[in-house]
Structures are given as structure tokens and as C-alpha cells.
Write a protein that binds this ligand. Structure first.
Ligand SMILES: [Zn+2]
Length: 314
């Protein structure tokens, strides 16, 4: 039996069910929800819970909330959202791209201690334990600060056994650099998921990552460039090559999006763009895959087996 920390306590990996491995409740910045919640429009918790209830009714059991502190992580918010909606939510430890100057003097070991504490003891004073670790690199060369956090995440993984999700700029194949750094730290690629891998259609690169032993987050949907259809064609190619058990389709959606001068209008526009919300993969992408000839057996397991294997293999 393997256990994963959700915000409401440990759950058995066999009970994760249909899991979306990269989403957000709120995307913003540190303490946005506590300090400036009026910027999020009316009743943000209620709006999140309503969307999660719809998502649960549509067949999603578990969501990884990929918001780190620099993306507005708020444990009280997501714990309440999980309790009120019935969706299991897994919180993340680590850092995204907004690395504060304050960190420049920190050692890898100091950062490792912080991330380990968030997994083993809990985040801030909430008692909620992180279930996954995150680091990020975007286009261009990996910065020194990003590399320091990545090494700390690798060391925290080795100490806690909690797997790693990487924000990764797949069109620039930055995953090659991230993987090399983590392998220098002694991390087995089976504990690593390269996220935003469907921002490219480069099957050769994606296959290379899979051959190293990594998981792939095909977690940007609907997306614009590449188009949703191109993303799904790429997924089909990988499924046909036998990689279905290592793919983690998701949306990188945020129930509450960036601050907007008119949040109601912004939400209307978003719902025209994607009326399915967190159910786009299940409702739209799976239908397309079915029509392309993907078997029911594979579709039934696509957001189940990959996530479960990932949490068990770390
Ligand atoms: Zn994200």
C-alpha cells in the first residue's frame, strides 16, 4: 500500500481514481487570497466549490493543485474547497518561476529543509502536508536560482519519497537540462513528471523523455498553440507507441483566474472558450481519442493508471 498526502489527510493510491495532475484553484501571488481577496471577485471560495462539485459529478475524483507560494498557494482555501466539494486535492511544495531575491543567499540545503518540512510536518501552521514537489524552468538557459531550487527539490524527493512535477518549456526541450540536474542529484526518472509536455508536438523529444523513465504531463488543454487537435494527435501517437500508462492528461486550468477589471465578463469569456472547465479532457479529448480508435480499456485508465503509477514509483 502506498499513501499520498491530500489536504484532508493521506489517501491510498488505489483510491485516487480519476486524477487531474496539474490544475489550480487560484493563480496569483503569495497571500493574494488572504490579503487582497477582493481582487478575485465575489465569493471566490463558493465559485471554486461550485466548479469542483460540477467536476466531481462529471467523474473526476482527485486534483493536484500546482500552485506554489509564488503562484498564490493558500492551504486554508484549498482545504475548504476539498472538504466542501468532495474532490481530493493534493497540495504542492516547491517553487515556480517567481524566485525572490531573498532566496539568493540561501543554500541548497536550507531550501531542501524547507521543502522536506512541508512534506513531513506540514505547510505553515496548517498541518497540511504536501503530496508532490515542484520546480520550474522556462525558455532559455536554466537560471542559477532555478537550478538551486531544482537541486533542493531533488534532495527533498530523495529524503521524502514524494514525486516531482516540473514546469518545463517543452518547445525548447528544457526537460533535458532539468533531467540532467536531477540525475546528478541521484533522482530516478521514474519519480519525475515533465509538465506542459503537450506544448510541443515533437514526438521524438517526448519519446526520449519517456525512454529515460519519466512521466509526461499532457496538461495544457484546450490550449491555442499547438491547437487542441494537434495536442490530441500527439497524445494518440504516444498511446499507439505503448506509453498510455505514463501519460497524465490535465488542463492547467485555474478555477479563479488572474485579476480582471470585470471578473464576471472574464468568466463568461472563459466559459465560451471552454465550457467544460476541468472536464474538457474527459468530455472532449476522450471523445476524440475514442473516435480515433483508442480502446475503452485505455480510456478508462488514462487519468487513473499514470497518476497512480507515478505516486507509487517515486
Ligand atoms: Zn500550472
Amino acid at each position: 500500500m502506498a499513501l499520498v498526502n491530500s489536504v484532508l489527510g493521506p489517501i491510498d493510491t488505489k483510491d485516487l481514481g480519476f486524477t487531474l495532475m496539474h490544475e489550480h484553484m487560484v493563480v496569483g501571488f503569495a497571500d493574494l487570497y488572504q490579503d487582497y481577496s477582493e481582487l478575485l471577485g465575489d465569493n471566490p471560495l463558493e465559485r471554486i466549490v461550485n466548479e469542483l462539485k460540477r467536476t466531481k459529478a462529471g467523474g473526476v475524483d482527485t486534483i493536484v493543485d500546482a500552485s506554489t507560494t509564488d503562484l498564490g498557494r493558500d492551504l486554508n482555501l484549498i482545504t475548504e474547497a476539498s472538504r466542501l466539494s468532495g474532490v481530493n486535492i493534493i497540495a504542492v511544495s516547491g517553487w515556480w518561476l517567481e524566485i525572490p531575491k531573498f532566496f539568493q543567499g540561501a543554500s541548497i540545503e536550507q531550501l531542501t529543509e524547507v521543502f522536506v518540512r512541508e512534506v513531513d510536518e506540514g505547510i505553515a501552521n496548517t498541518g497540511v502536508k504536501a503530496g508532490i514537489l515542484k520546480a520550474a524552468s522556462d525558455y532559455g538557459e536554466m537560471t542559477a536560482q532555478a537550478q538551486k531550487i531544482l537541486r533542493a527539490i531533488g534532495r527533498a524527493h530523495l529524503r521524502t519519497g514524494v514525486p516531482i512535477m516540473l514546469h518545463s518549456y517543452s518547445p525548447g526541450e528544457v526537460g533535458r537540462q532539468q533531467l540532467a540536474v536531477l540525475q546528478e542529484e541521484g533522482v530516478n526518472p521514474a519519480g519525475i513528471k515533465l509538465d506542459h509536455s503537450n506544448d510541443t508536438t515533437n514526438v521524438e523529444y517526448l519519446t526520449w523523455l519517456l525512454e529515460q523513465g519519466c512521466y509526461l504531463g499532457l496538461d495544457r488543454y484546450p490550449g491555442r498553440i499547438p491547437s487542441p487537435t494537434a495536442r490530441t494527435n500527439t497524445m494518440k501517437t504516444l498511446i499507439d507507441a505503448g506509453w498510455a500508462d505514463r501519460l497524465c492528461p490535465s488542463h492547467d486550468r485555474s478555477a479563479i483566474n488572474y485579476v480582471n477589471t470585470d471578473w464576471r465578463k472574464a468568466e463568461e469569456e472563459r466559459s465560451v472558450y471552454n465550457p467544460h472547465g476541468y472536464l474538457y479532457v474527459k468530455n472532449v479529448v476522450f471523445t476524440q481519442l475514442r473516435n480515433m480508435g483508442v480502446s475503452e480499456a485505455i480510456l478508462n485508465n488514462l487519468c487513473v493508471t499514470g497518476p497512480r503509477n507515478f505516486f507509487e514509483s517515486a
